[in-house]
Every structure is written in structure tokens, then in C-alpha cells.
Design a protein around this ligand. Structure first.
Ligand code: HEM
Length: 226
């Protein structure tokens, strides 16, 4: 259904609105933002027309019942004769999917009750499925948008969380990887002496090597002239 078609269908119903400048209520054609028109003026009128049973508001019925839309489908297609030994009150009907089995609503859907414009066979189960899907949508029309928003939030918070984690590791790296050791003062002095000793011997060794080289060079020069 296009938006234009939906607007035209909504305009077929009339709604009471107002008050106008004179304080009077008036009727106007329906808009897309209007709720579906109520079939009864009040609860009493509804009960009176339904043998004392009150037809419930079905807006949130798929959220309110176990098995959700499956319950609607089963209830709408599940009417049958009561089993032997079960008696049903006047104005009631047997439906095993309704709590207690006796429901005040008569079977609403029959094969060929309507005609689909696209030629879909109008079986009672096809209509029950459409009604169940519609009621699922009616319960939470923002469902798809909510799921899409959740995925977006999940993506951005994952990216931000990862960036924060990497940044935190970077900031703490110098603190977390350092080692603190305790060296007693005496041991420190001994270590210093060791270093001095080693470096002194190294120096002496190097000087000795230089000296020997020089001696060898002097010997070569003497050999040249003698
Ligand atoms: C396709 C159309 C309809 C759907 C999907 C529908 C759906 C339902 C559902 C799911 C319930 C049970 C609610 C519960 O679990 O508490 C119910 C109850 C009821 N419905 Fe319908 N209904 C439809 C048409 C009608 C019509 C046309 C009437 C009357 C003219 C009606 C009258 C009632 C009444 C009186 C009850 C209360 C039954 C009781 O408490 O014993 N329904 N309906």
C-alpha cells in the first residue's frame, strides 16, 4: 500500500475533533496519525453487543501473550466443536487455544471472506497470518528502527571502546612495564668497585697493546737504518 492509498483509506473514517473557535466539537476525515476508530462507544456498549464479554484492545496483544503472533494465528484458526463431555455456555464458542476453552468471540475468519487485490487465495489461514503479522507490527511499530539504532550504537561503542583501550594501554605502558628492584647500599659500593676494577684493567690492557705496537714500529725503523 502506498502512502497515498493509506491516506485515502484513513480519510474514509470520520473522527470527532475540536473544539473549534466557538467551542463546538466537529467531525473531520481521518488522518494517518489517527488511531484506528473504536467499534464501540464505551465498555458497556461493547459488553452489551458481545453477550457480556469485553473485546480486548489488541494493540499489544502479541507482546502480552506467550507464543506472541503464533497465539493469534492459533486462536483465529483453532475453532472447533467441543470434545465430548464439555458444555459451552450460551453465546460462547469452543477454542482450545483460549484459556478455559470457552471464548466469547465467534469465529471471525472464513475462506473467501475477502478478496486480495493481488489474487492471493483468501484462505482463513492466509488472513489469520496477515492479521497476526499486522498485530505484531501494531505492538511495536518502531521495532525495525530500534534494532537498526541498536546495531549502530553497538558498532560505534565497539570502535570507541577499542580506541579507549589502546589509548589507555599506551598511557600506562611506561608505568606497567618498569621494574623496581632494591639493591642494599653495601652491595652498591661493591658493584662500583667492581666496575672501577674492570675499567682500570681494561685501560691497562689497552695501553699495553699500544705500547707493544709502538715498540714494534720503532724496531722496524731501526732495522731500516742499521
Ligand atoms: C480478525 C479479527 C479479530 C481478531 C484478530 C481478534 C482477536 C482476539 C483475541 C486474540 C482475543 C483473545 C484475547 C485474549 O487472549 O485475552 C479476542 C477476544 C475477543 N474478541 Fe476478538 N478478534 C477479532 C474479531 C472480533 C470480532 C469481529 C468480535 C466481535 C464482534 C470480537 C470479539 C471478541 C470478544 C468479545 C473477545 C473476548 C472473549 C472472552 O473474553 O471470552 N473479536 N479477540
Amino acid at each position: 500500500m502506498t502512502e497515498e492509498e493509506a491516506k485515502a483509506e484513513a480519510a474514509e473514517s470520520t473522527y470527532e475533533d475540536g473544539p473549534d473557535e466557538e467551542g463546538k466539537m466537529f467531525t473531520r476525515p481521518g488522518k494517518l496519525s489517527d488511531y484506528l476508530p473504536k467499534p464501540y462507544k464505551n465498555e458497556e456498549a461493547a459488553r452489551h453487543a458481545n453477550n457480556g464479554a469485553y473485546p480486548p484492545d489488541l494493540t499489544y496483544i502479541t507482546l502480552a501473550r506467550n507464543d506472541k503472533e503464533d497465539y493469534i494465528f492459533a486462536l483465529l484458526t483453532g475453532y472447533c466443536d467441543p470434545p465430548a463431555g464439555v458444555t459451552i455456555g450460551e453465546g460462547q464458542h469452543f477454542n482450545p487455544y483460549f484459556i478455559g476453552g470457552a471464548i466469547g468471540m465467534a469465529k471471525a475468519l472464513y475462506n473467501e471472506a475477502i478478496e486480495y487485490t493481488d489474487g492471493t487465495p483468501a484462505t482463513a489461514s492466509q488472513m489469520a497470518k496477515d492479521v497476526a503479522v499486522f498485530l505484531t507490527w501494531a505492538g511495536q511499530p518502531e521495532h525495525d528502527e530500534r534494532k537498526r539504532l541498536f546495531l549502530r550504537v553497538l558498532f560505534y561503542s565497539t570502535v570507541t571502546g577499542l580506541a579507549a583501550w589502546v589509548w589507555k594501554r599506551n598511557v600506562w605502558a611506561s608505568l606497567k612495564t618498569r621494574t623496581v628492584t632494591y639493591v642494599p647500599k653495601k652491595k652498591q659500593e661493591m658493584m662500583m668497585l667492581d666496575v672501577l676494577f674492570v675499567s682500570k684493567n681494561l685501560m691497562a690492557g689497552m695501553l699495553m697493546i699500544i705500547h707493544l705496537k709502538n715498540m714494534r714500529n720503532i724496531q722496524k725503523i731501526v732495522n731500516l737504518y742499521v
